[in-house]
Design a protein around this ligand. Structure first.
Ligand code: C2E
Ligand code: CA
Ligand code: CA
Length: 674
């Protein structure tokens, strides 16, 4: 048993020794580091070898035959000089792991023959020398082998081979001379070699550890880098659509803008807004809404990819808004074509269980360098072009133009003058009757604001109401208008109601309509004679606050009309959730009610909805008799429009009512009765 163990131990020991003498193959980082160190150190090693050999050869020229002092060292030194040159050349070459390993193995393999050859040469010279020259041989061999071990430290196997190949014969040889000094040198060399080998082991282990820790450091760094790359990607990605996000969009815009500026090329920014997305979201819920967004994003991306001539960077800016940066000198026609292409794709039906969403999109473009100095301004202009498209050209693309620029400028002027306007004197009210469809009698007047600006003249509420909202003066404006309107309504007959428009900011501010309550209460007009018109868009602004405000008005006894129905983000849920009395069908449906089947159907279904829900259906913008006839047939209860009267000043209301009575023959009837 013991014998077997010893044999096994012996085999294991041999394997370990063999491993010590081989170049490690399982650690490419280590072999690379060894190779790099060798490129500098091996030439140095050969330098030591050549210098020392030349010195010995020189000493022996008068003592030994020429072949031993000139030919052999000449040949050996030439050989190693060639190797030295080869190593020196490898410093800047990039080798594969396999090549590195092959070269180290070669070095390992030739270290023994080189050691043998030089040691052999030294022993061959030895007998020719006088005591001094013999001493020099001993010195030469000892110093050279120590130098070699030093230079080969990084490749332990080669250092060990050289030590073994040279030192073992060295010690034996000099010991066997019987010469006292040489024996002492042999023992000395043996001990020094032992110490050197110990140092070699320690140094080599530290070197390998260093390489390993550098490797793990690099791996850690790579991991950190990968993590930060992923963070960067996520920080720049919209998680729903997987498109670049708003942050990425603006970074891309800044980059493209700088490039366009440098190259003097054109650059376009586009903003895409989905038309009709909100109702989908409200009606079918967010899950369906998300699916629609993902699908719309995919289609927009494909549409941009089809547009191959120019690089297009698409991003989701938020909600149902997407941004485009079109690089590379795009022309107007191309942008419009791109916009059309995107809209065509977005319009296609969506496979959402049973429903067809009827989605489309509007696009606003702005082009650098057309009078634009910064990337931000370019974006603002695209945004304005989009706003213009949404208001006037829904579902189409609009490129920012000098006309729009003039419009913006006038917006700026309106805002500026509105800030300093004296509402009490500059604001005037006009009143438009709301007429019962059957009896053709006015049941109410809608009050519409007019601004007589000393600088601009008459400004449309379509311009100054949004401006007042933007600059935050709408609430004080509403207060002034309501006071004036109630003062006018006080003079009217008791059965004539007043219909007053409220803005989103009036009903969605934190304290809601609180500031209006004392005005109503102090007016002398009973609250039940009042209707407040609130647009759907205003309601969606902040539904919860809107609901609170509406409930407060309702509690006072006021009526509530949902204005401009069908244009905003129409949602049946609003009709269900709000305590409404009337729905006002937007005038855009009335204009072509007789020649557009869709418009007719929409009004018909709204009238049906009102009937079902016990709401009064008001239709505004009625201009012709035939429109009135159609609306009557559809069962619309109240009519407002130029057909009956244009908005009139307060003083004209009494005259209008009198004329109405006269027209409808009230006078005769009264006379007949009496
Ligand atoms: P709106 O509430 O939809 O008001 C109806 C608009 O349609 C009025 O325009 C009116 O003059 C116009 N109109 C009435 N009948 C006809 C018709 O037969 N044909 C045509 N083509 N138009 C007709 P206006 O006065 O320019 O008001 C525009 C908008 O400004 C209003 O739309 C309303 O949203 C807003 N607004 C007006 N006055 C006020 C106000 O005092 N407060 C608030 N918050 N908004 C107001
Ligand atoms: Ca209105
Ligand atoms: Ca309206």
């Amino acid at each position: 048993m013991r014998g077997a163990d010893t044999k096994l131990d012996g085999a294991g020991g041999l394997a370990r020794v063999a491993r010590l003498l081989r170049v490690p193959t399982d650690n490419p980082e280590l072999t690379r580091a060894q190779f790099a160190a060798f490129c500098k150190q091996v030439p140095l090693l050969y330098f030591i070898l050549v210098i020392n050999s030349v010195a010995v050869a020189y000493t022996f020229v008068p003592l030994a035959p020429a072949w031993l002092t000139v030919a052999v060292p000449g040949l050996l030194c030439t050989g190693i000089a060639i190797r030295a040159l080869w190593w020196w050349r490898q410093r800047h070459r990039v080798l594969t792991d396999a090549e590195v390993l092959r070269n180290l193995r070669l070095t390992n393999r030739i270290s023994a023959p080189i050691g043998v050859l030089f040691a052999g040469w030294s022993f061959a010279l030895f007998p020719y020398g006088d005591p001094f020259a013999k001493g020099q041989v001993a010195f030469y061999m000892a110093v050279t082998v120590i130098g070699c071990i030093f230079c080969l430290m990084h490749l332990r196997s080669a250092a060990l081979i050289v030590t073994a190949v040279v030192n073992v014969p060295y010690v034996l040889f000099f010991f066997s001379t019987g010469e006292q000094t040489l024996k002492a040198i042999a023992v000395n060399q043996l001990l020094v070699s032992g110490a050197m080998v110990t140092v070699l082991f320690i140094y080599y282990r530290d070197f390998a550890d260093l390489v390993a820790s550098r490797k793990s450091l690099i791996a850690q760094q790579a991991e950190t880098q990968a993590l930060s790359d992923e963070n960067f990607r996520l920080a720049n990605l919209d998680s729903l659509t997987e498109l670049p996000n708003r942050r990425r969009f603006f970074a891309e815009l800044a980059r493209a803008f700088a490039k366009a500026k440098d190259n003097g090329t054109r650059l376009a920014v586009g903003i895409i807004d989905l038309d009709g997305f909100k109702p989908v979201n409200d009606t079918f819920g967010h899950t369906v809404g998300d699916r629609v967004l993902i699908e719309a994003a995919r289609r927009i991306r494909e549409a941009c990819e089809d547009f191959t001539e120019r690089p297009v960077h698409l991003a989701r800016l938020g909600g149902d808004e997407f941004g485009l940066v079109v690089d590379g000198d795009p022309r107007d026609e191309e942008l419009l074509a791109l916009g059309r292409h995107i809209a065509d794709r977005v319009k296609l039906p969506y496979q959402l269980d049973t429903t067809h969403t009827g989605l489309s999109c509007s696009v606003g473009f702005a082009l650098y360098p057309r009078a634009i100095e910064s990337a931000e301004a370019l974006y603002e202009c695209a945004d304005y072009a989009l706003y213009h498209a949404k208001r006037h050209l829904r579902g189409r693309s609009v490129i920012f133009s000098s006309e729009l620029e003039a419009e913006i400028r006038s917006r700026g002027v309106i805002e500026h003058l509105l800030r300093t306007a004296d509402f009490a004197t500059e604001m005037e009210l006009v009143f438009q009757p709301i007429v019962d469809a059957a009896s053709e009698r006015a049941t109410a007047f809608e009050v519409l604001a007019r601004w007589h600006s000393p600088r601009l003249g008459l400004v449309s509420p379509a311009d100054f109401i949004p401006a007042a909202e933007r600059i935050g003066v709408i609430r004080s404006l509403t207060r002034v208008l309501l006071i004036k309107a109630l003062a006018a309504a006080k003079a009217w007959p008791d059965h004539i109601r007043l219909s007053f428009n409220l803005s989103a900011h009036d009903i969605c501010s934190p304290d809601g309509i609180l500031h209006l309550i004392p005005i109503i209460e102090g007016s002398g007009v009973p609250a039940h004679r009042l209707d407040f018109e609130i647009t759907e868009t205003a309601v969606t602004f902040d539904f919860v606050r809107a609901q609170t405000s509406i409930a407060a008005l309702k509690a006072m006894g006021c009526g509530i009309s949902l204005d401009d129905f069908g244009t905003g983000y129409s949602s049946l849920s609003h009709v269900h959730l709000l305590p409404l009395d009337k729905i006002k069908v937007d005038r855009s449906f009335v204009a072509n009610i007789n020649d557009n089947g869709a418009a007719h159907k929409i009004v018909k279904s709204i009238a049906g909805l009102c009937a079902d829900m016990d709401l009064t259906c008001t239709v505004e913008g009625v201009e012709t008799k035939s429109q009135l006839d159609s609306l009557r047939q559809l069962g619309c209860a109240l009519i407002q429009g130029y057909l009956f009267a244009r908005p009139m000043p307060a003083e004209a209301v009494a005259g209008y009512l009198a004329a109405e009575s006269a027209r409808l023959g009230d006078g005769r009837r009264v006379a007949a009765a009496s």
